[in-house]
Design a protein. Structure first.
Length: 100
């Protein structure tokens, strides 16, 4: 694997290397319609607003989710293409090693 793709995968893994961020991505991906208002997330995940903001910023900066401002509230959506590149990497490693 070249340095460029390896850096992309490493950045995605770093962004997901936190249980709260994994839970956020899981929740966002499972919501019907695919978009969630930030106003609903603290109660759904049992975290404070400052903690939520911190984790959402990390995920947006990594390109895993997108943020769209709608009036007063921000809405978040999972970027399936970002997760697709991670899935592709994990599949290639799994197939190559013959495990999982």
């Amino acid at each position: 694997m070249d340095t460029g793709p390896a850096t992309v995968v490493a950045d995605l893994l770093k962004a997901l290397a936190d249980p709260t961020r994994v839970r956020l991505v899981d929740y966002l991906a499972a919501v019907p319609g695919g978009t969630v208002c930030a106003c609903h997330l603290p109660a759904q995940l049992g975290i404070s607003q400052p903690t939520l903001s911190h984790h959402l910023k990390k995920l947006v900066d990594a390109g895993i989710i997108t943020r769209e401002q709608r009036g007063r509230w921000a809405h978040y959506t999972v970027r399936s293409e970002a997760l697709g590149s991670l899935q592709k990497f994990l599949r290639s490693v799994t197939v190559a090693s013959g495990t999982w």
